[in-house]
Design a protein. Structure first.
Length: 603
């Protein structure tokens, strides 16, 4: 096996950053024991100094022209975003460049120290450079230029079996994974902070991009596609190998059932919610009342796309226009491992969005069909047998995908060993599912019912008081939240005087984080995955085994990331410890705790 441990990668945690454990150097415990922890003003001063050292190291040493990827070897010899990256790249997709920039600006708000503002400013200017002429952002940017970026797509990107969004270069911008939204929010914050004209044009272009990309007619009116502008050469079907394993059932379904999914109305990764959030921030901070109409259209689109009962949920994507005899607004098949179906986690997210819409508008129509959606979620829970027979479903309550009409769960699998000889398929078999895309989700139906009950029982006076605090109604400017990195900003956080609590951090916890920097001025953490180096395309020779079926990676020619402690059971793979590295996500998480510590009142 060639250099298997040399390539590392860290995925964005699906849990809130503050739920992550403190990331410290192995020797930090002794240096930060409760008996030696300092208290009071002295420790606050020491903590701010440590934060300044960490920020300066990230800005001056780790970043490339102010831009960040996700992970780095300590000597910066190899870097990674969602896949291995060139040193000249930055990753716009969180927890990359915008995430670190927001953290820097948060630290400035907590301390008033210019070192943090200068770092945030430099990161914002990196995003200005990365902004596409159309006004949005791609997942990644290469400061070395377009040829270098295309080379990456043709090599590393093209061979990441499970990362279909990186297998082709379209040259357009994406709303996926909150990349454009997170970048635009940072540009907005930096412009509002000091009125810096260097960010004004980029901000105007970002607003214009969000408006131009919004569907304007029919059932799709108010929604957004995953990518914009449309690229007419985009892939609409993934290959289905002629020679397939002997064990593959005959009745499986495969492929992108509704063609190029990037042009459908997209709910995946809360595209609608993220764009609404950015536009509302512009309403609040810039007084852009003209943006209220697009926001209301988007809110109506989400409500309109809810399917009729008894399957009153949503899919990841919905057809923006009639296609193949199916009506506009119907759930659409997306990537080859996302079948045409309703999705339980998307339905949960959209219910929560409807709660936010009610808080912002005071209009009970946004609550009217929530009970139907909750009843549907109750109707399609995982069975005890399904959970018992598939370890990957442990702790889950619902299948990810539910078939239209039958209400049966559909499960996704794959065969082969790499992108050239393998493919994804789906059927009703709950065993042998993917590890990189969970077949089950944890949906808190009871919690959603409780929240619905609380909102539905509000009196007219309570609703009117709440509505008066909304940027949809208030003509007076509403300040943006001062902190974006401790947790994701929700739409309801944009109400005037909405509480946004910071993490409560003890003296001992703060001291441990400070000690974890050591004399390096950066935190080291175990990176949770490794990748194979690119060494050419994979072989087309069929693979009849199942070693890669439920693993994050295929054979050694697959550039997808995977857990080094749980590799495929196929030589020359063997379990090994993950390497230490510098993680942007860990930096943001640790700084969020220290921001909470220095910003909290004394005592």
């Amino acid at each position: 096996m060639k250099n298997l441990g040399r390539r590392t990668f860290s995925r964005l945690a699906v849990t809130p950053l503050l739920a992550m454990p403190a990331v410290t150097h192995p020797g930090a415990a002794a240096a930060s024991s409760p008996g030696t922890a300092r208290t009071g003003a002295d420790q606050r001063t020491e903590t701010i100094r440590a934060m300044s050292r960490a920020a300066a190291y990230m800005d001056g040493t780790v970043s490339y022209r102010g831009g960040y990827v996700w992970n780095y070897l300590p000597d910066l010899s190899v870097t990674w975003g969602e896949m291995e990256a060139k040193r000249t790249m930055c990753w716009v997709q969180p927890p990359g460049t915008p995430s670190v920039g927001h953290s820097m600006l948060d630290a400035y708000h907590a301390t008033g120290h210019e070192v943090f503002y200068r770092a945030a400013e430099r990161t914002g200017l990196a995003l200005v450079d990365a902004q596409l002429p159309v006004g949005g952002w791609n997942y990644i940017h290469d400061f070395a230029g377009g040829k270098s970026l295309e080379d990456w797509y043709e090599t590393i990107g093209a061979n990441g079996w499970r990362l279909e969004e990186f297998q082709h270069y379209y040259g357009n911008a994406t709303f996926d994974d909150a990349g454009t939204s997170a970048a635009a929010q940072l540009i907005l914050r930096l412009y509002v902070e000091r009125g810096d004209r260097r960010f004004e044009k980029a901000l105007d272009r970002a607003i214009g991009f969000v408006l131009a990309a919004q569907f304007g007619t029919g059932v799709a009116d108010g929604g957004w596609p995953q990518r914009f502008p449309a690229y007419h050469g985009s892939v609409s079907r993934m290959p289905w190998p002629e020679r397939r394993p002997s064990w593959l059932p005959d009745d499986v379904t495969h492929g992108m059932e509704d063609g190029d999914y990037t042009q459908h109305v997209t709910f995946n990764d809360d595209v609608l919610g993220e764009n609404i959030k950015f536009l509302l921030m512009c309403v609040s901070a810039l007084g852009r009342r003209d943006l209220i109409a697009p926001v209301r259209r988007a809110m109506e689109c989400l409500r309109r796309m809810q399917q009729p009962g008894p399957q009153a949920g949503w899919g990841l994507q919905h057809l923006s226009r009639a296609k193949h005899g199916r009506q506009a607004g119907a759930p659409a098949g997306a990537r080859s491992y996302e079948p045409r179906a309703l999705t339980t986690h998307t339905t949960q997210t959209n219910i929560q969005q409807l709660f936010h819409y009610f808080r912002l508008s005071g209009d009970r129509k946004y609550l009217s069909r929530v009970p139907e959606a909750l009843d549907w979620l109750d109707s399609c829970r995982l069975t005890e047998r399904q959970i018992a027979e598939n370890p990957l479903l442990a702790g889950r309550t619902h299948p990810t995908f539910v078939e239209l009409g039958t209400n049966r769960a559909r499960f996704v699998h794959r065969f082969g060993s790499n992108i050239r000889n393998g493919a994804y398929y789906h059927d009703y078999d709950h065993r042998g599912t993917l590890s990189h895309y969970s077949a089950g989700r944890s949906v808190d139906v009871e919690g959603l019912r409780d929240e619905y009950g609380q909102l539905a029982s509000m009196t007219p006076a309570e609703v009117a008081k709440m509505r008066a605090r909304s940027p949809l109604v208030s003509d007076a400017p509403i300040p943006l939240p001062p902190y974006f990195s401790p947790r994701d900003i929700q739409l309801s956080d944009l109400l005037r005087d909405a509480p946004l609590p910071l993490p409560v951090v003890s003296d001992a916890e703060a001291a441990a984080l400070v000690a974890g920097l050591g004399d390096r001025d950066h935190w080291l953490t175990r990176l949770d995955a490794v990748t194979n180096p690119y060494e050419g395309p994979g072989a087309r020779k069929p693979y009849d085994g199942k070693a890669y079926m439920s693993k994050n990676v295929g054979d050694l020619r697959d550039t997808s990331p995977y857990n080094p402690q749980d590799p495929p059971a196929e030589p020359p793979y063997q379990p090994r410890e993950a390497p230490l590295g510098i993680s942007s996500a860990a930096y943001v998480a640790n700084m969020a705790k220290l921001i909470g510590y220095v910003a909290q009142p004394a005592g």
